[in-house]
Design a protein around this ligand. Structure first.
Ligand code: SF4
Length: 413
């Protein structure tokens, strides 16, 4: 028996942003009312100034707001002044174990330090780094991750907490919060509060629970991330599940998606995630495309890839739809500013619901590009507004062939 579906309204509930303190990384604010910023990390040797600056510029062009560089060696901190001078975005120095690297990086003019007091041998050295950061107005990101809290010899504590709390995840999360609290006590004793916190894991559900617990406990801004997420093919889902869920709950002030890949991909995905959640305005075209089905009459997947490449460089957030047929495509492309409905041999191009052209398959890509550029120019001149979800595209009235397919050539150019 078929059950009728009750009519329903889908309401997207985005929680308001959690209120946090605000810190400044150079000119970029994190926390408070600041937009959620995107971070990434270079994969170059920092001591190679040209290579590192090249990658920082690529990341900035892709939409990265803050870039972190590793400084394992003095040769790396020596390169920092030249890198900072040429960088279009603030630079964070990633310090592990050697507090001298932190002092050298601060002296070099770095905009933020990522450091865990637990990785530094003695308290006096940590205090020196904090004092240097305070003198220069440099914030510090303090993080725990699942691996590090267990590696710190806290296995006994963890086991006891697991037992007390009746579950491994709960015990681990409590341990992560406790370790952060220990670190924060050191900062508090130094009267230093320009701190950003992170609590990472490779497990998406643990990341969600850990950040929720940290957000409940502290009012410092949070740097969200899933650590060691893997290649984009698998790490993408894990990262988006965790970071998207947290941001929908209003948690998170800056994000880094980390992949075993070119870091530009991290930034592209982070930007798309923020745009998809309405947390960042698009500045470039948004491409939507049908998933294809048995009605398809062209190589739509290749066409979508070609359109994506072709639209690169347009700096207006025009919504462009590439659809595989004229039967359902118009309904499915609802809200698009510019749309092509492709069929065997021809494509029909619409601009904000009005049919503009019917072109041969060979001309489809160029025609769609021309219409998109022309529409974007009209938007920039203030002659038209970008679409929203209320724009509808009335389907044409095609005459089906005897086999059910639609002869797109019925449309005149
Ligand atoms: S637009 Fe047409 S070809 Fe594409 S999925 Fe929908 S029905 Fe199938």
């Amino acid at each position: 028996m078929l059950l009728s579906r009750p009519s329903s309204t889908i309401v997207l509930i985005m929680h308001p942003r959690r209120k946090t303190r605000k810190v400044f990384v150079g000119s970029v604010p994190i926390g408070g009312d600041a937009p959620i910023s995107i971070q990434s990390m270079t994969s170059t040797y920092t001591r190679d100034v040209d290579d590192t600056v090249r990658q920082i510029r690529e990341l900035a062009t892709a939409g990265c707001d803050i870039v972190r560089v590793a400084v394992p060696d003095q040769r790396d901190t020596k390169a920092l002044p030249a890198i900072i001078e040429q960088s279009p975005v603030p630079i964070v120095a990633d310090v592990h174990f050697h507090f001298e690297r932190a002092l050298e990086a601060i002296e070099a003019g770095v905009h933020k330090i990522r450091l865990n007091p637990g990785n530094i041998a003695d308290r006096k050295s940590v205090d020196r780094v904090i004092a240097a950061c305070r003198d220069r107005g440099v914030p510090i990101r303090v993080g725990v991750n699942e691996g590090s809290v267990v590696e710190r010899g806290d296995k006994d504590v963890r086991a006891a907490q697991q037992q007390a709390m009746g579950g491994e995840a709960d015990g681990l999360i409590q341990l992560m919060v406790d370790v952060l609290e220990q670190y924060l006590r050191i900062f508090d004793e130094n009267n230093f509060h320009d701190v950003v916190l992170s609590a990472k894991s490779i497990d998406a559900t643990l990341v969600i629970d850990a950040y929720r617990a940290v957000a409940d406990r502290f009012d410092f801004p949070l740097h969200l991330g899933v650590t060691h997420a893997g290649p984009p093919e698998t790490g993408r889902i894990r990262s988006i599940a965790a970071l998207g869920s947290l941001m929908a709950m209003g948690i998170g002030d800056t994000i880094r998606i980390s992949y075993a890949a070119d870091p530009v991909v991290e930034v592209e995905d982070a930007k798309e995630l923020l745009c998809s959640l309405g947390l960042r305005n698009r500045t470039e075209p948004e491409l939507i495309a049908c998933p294809t089905c048995g009605r398809i009459e062209i190589d739509l997947i290749r066409l979508v890839a070609d359109v994506r490449r072709k639209l690169e460089g347009i700096k207006t957030p025009v919504k462009v739809a590439v659809m595989g047929c004229v039967v359902n495509g118009p309904g499915e492309a609802e809200g698009a500013d510019v749309a092509v409905f492709a069929g065997k041999g021809r494509g029909v191009i619409y601009v904000q619901g009005e049919q503009q052209r019917s072109v041969s398959e060979d001309d489809m890509l160029d025609a769609l590009y021309e219409e998109t550029v022309a529409f974007a120019a009209r938007v920039e001149r203030g002659e038209v507004s970008l679409s929203n979800r209320t724009v509808t595209i009335a389907p044409p009235d095609p005459l089906p062939r005897s086999d059910g397919s639609i002869p797109l050539t019925v449309y005149k150019t």
